[in-house]
Structure formats: structure tokens, C-alpha cells
Design a binder for this molecule. Sequence first.
Ligand code: FAD
Length: 381
Amino acid sequence: MKKGYDVIIIGGGIIGCSIAFELAKRGVTDILLVEKGFLTSGATGRCGAGIRQQWGSELNARIAMESTHIFENLEEYTGYSHSCGLHQGGYLLVAYTAKEWAQFQENLKVQHKLGIDSYAVDLKQAKEIVPYLNTEGMYGATFCQKDGHADPFHCTQAYAQGAKRMGVEFLTYTEVTGLRTAGGRIAGVETTKGYFEAQTVINCANVRAPGLAAMVGEDIPIISERHQALVTEPVEPLMDCMVMSFHRSYYVQQTPHGSFVMGIGPQEEPSFNFKSSWQFLEKNCAVMCEVLPILRKLNVVRQWAGQYDLSPDRNPIIDEAKQARGFYSVCGFSGHGFMVAPRIAILMANHLTHQEDTMDIRMFSQERYKTGKLLLEPAVV
Ligand code: FAD
């Protein structure tokens, strides 16, 4: 192995792999990606993999819309020979309060400005879309057919294999344990398999990103919150779309092979706890069986836990360390990093290769927490 690279990326989730791919596409191929487990062993491999364009802020709606366009073509875009499993069965976002319903009307205006094909539905129409839905307590819903979900393992592999073909090297089961700086710049990374030099290091370690950034004196305000999900036995097709509520903090979808995947937001202290809990199973099943009573007949086959890297305004932080120039953190995706990865990777790669972008990367700097220019988002769990 070489001793030095132009760029080292820490973290082999969808964010690290998509940035590696976009950089290589722009001619920066002397890259080493270091991952402490296997690719997708972090949040990416544990996520619901939902992709929605129904956001409330123009920024998020645009990032999600442009990312969706890439997901629609990811196999061709990356030269991947398998299917990435995109299924555009739509997202039905349900409102449970008058305030939420009013906000949904505002969100639609933002989405329509960008040309996103979303619309409001009444409860009768919601039941036509999801016949087994219990609409009790709901005010209404919005729907976008082009929303859906994809396979997070294949999407990440598509980016990783595309990057590999362009010359990017991958070092898995290798942990970054230290960072070295020289003259106010990043100089390299210490790993469990030795030291590697690099003038640019990109920290895509999700909930572990603050710990790495702290090694170069950077304080990233991200907390780690456990989120759990479960999957049922497969059954015949009962619904085609994702059903999601911000107010009650749940989502549920049926995968193409018939299993239902679902999750419900936690109410717990920050932690690095990756264990599944009985409490989640109980609460999730109670809520989901009320929303979709037909689920009462299904057996749960598997349950797991992952982490959200929650930033103060629930939006990503993309920042260069002040005391170690060339060290970038790309983290804080707060539960929606999978669906925005394609566009964020382009933004980051354009920035590093000094190419123009229609988005201003500075918006994502954590400076916003000092200036008060937060990236506010009403449509987030
Ligand atoms: P990760 O996939 O966590 O990758 C970071 C990698 O860094 C890990 O593989 C880790 O092993 C590695 N690493 C950490 N420290 C080190 C080190 N010191 N050295 C080397 N490697 C290191 N998003 C959506 O868009 N839609 C959804 O429906 C959705 N549902 C979710 C459901 C759940 C239950 C969870 C937990 C998350 C969900 N998310 C969803 C969020 C999404 O999974 C994340 O935002 C996204 O996967 C973040 O990708 P990442 O590459 O930043 O992080």
C-alpha cells in the first residue's frame, strides 16, 4: 500500500462512498477511504432508505429532488451492474393536527415552486392510496408518487465500485485512531493499519465525526441518538407507498419482496447504544397496528438499532477545521442522510475541485449556530 494519498475519506457509508465517487469523477482519483467495519456497517446499512422530496424548506426540497433524479439513474450513473432497488411508490405524509395540516399547505407551495409533483389528499383519497389505513385522528395528507425507497446496500456499493474502478482504494476493518497536523494543516491519519499522509481528509464518520474532529480542536455540535427499526415477515402486496407522520414520529413501508419495514421516533437520552430494546418493539407495534390494523396479523422477524447524528437545526454540517485546514467534516444528517447523499456529494466534490455549484456550501458551515442563520426545516421527524 502507498504511504500517502491526495485525499483520505473516513467512513464507508453512503456519504463517504458518494463523495469518493464524485471526486474521482472530477479527476481526483488518488483517494484512500478508511472504514472501521465493512461498507454500510453504520447508519446507512440500518436505515429505512426512504427518499422523499416533500420537504418544507426550499433548500431541502431542492437537494432531495436533485438527489432523487440521480437515484432514478444510479446504476447507469455509477456503472453498477445490479439494481439499486429504487421503488417510487410514493410517500403519504399524514397530518394529525390543524397546525401540521396548515404547514403541509405551505410545504406544498415550496415544492411546487421547484416543480415537485406533490399534492394534498383528503382522508377518502388517502384511503384509496392506502386501503388499510386507519385515518382516525388525521386531518389530511400530501402525496408525491416520485418519492419512495431504495436499497441502501446496493446504492452504497454502486458508488464504491464506481469509485474503485476509477482508482480509489478502500481499506475496510481499519479504524482511524488519530490525526496529525503540521503548520495549521492536516498532515495525515493514524489507523490500526499504520499511518497515511494526506493534505485533505474528509470526516464522514457520522456519529463518530465529532470525536474525530475534536482531535484537531474542532467542536462539532452533534449528538448521537438511537433509532430503531423492525421488519415483518413478507406477505402479498398490501400497499405501495411509504406512510409517514412527523407529529407521531412514525414511518412504515412495504418492501418489494413483501416485508413491512417501520420505525418510530425515540424519546431517550443521547447515547452510542446500538442494542435493540423491548420498549421499542412494544411501542412501535402498538402505534403501527393502530395506524394499519392489518399489521396485527404479521410476525416481526428482525429488529435493529442505528444512530442519528443530530445537529442543532437537524441539517447537515459541512465545515473545514479552523486549526487544521484541509480537514473537512461532512456530518449531522439527522435522519435523512441517505436521501440527500447524491447531491451533497456533488456539492462537496465541486467545492474541493474548485468547480462552480448552484448551491453555496457555506450555508452548511456550523458558523450558522453563532450567527443565527439556521437552516430551519418544518418537515422533519
Ligand atoms: P454511516 O453510514 O454511519 O457511515 C459512517 C461510517 O464511518 C460507518 O460505517 C462507521 O463504521 C465509520 N467510522 C466511524 N468512525 C470511524 C473511524 N474512527 N475510523 C474509520 N471508520 C469510522 N435516511 C434517509 O435518508 N432515509 C431514511 O428513511 C432513513 N431512515 C433511517 C432509519 C434509521 C433507523 C437510522 C438509524 C437512520 C436512518 N436514516 C435515513 C439516516 C441515514 O441512515 C444516515 O443519515 C446516513 O446513512 C448517513 O450516512 P453516513 O455515510 O454519514 O453515515
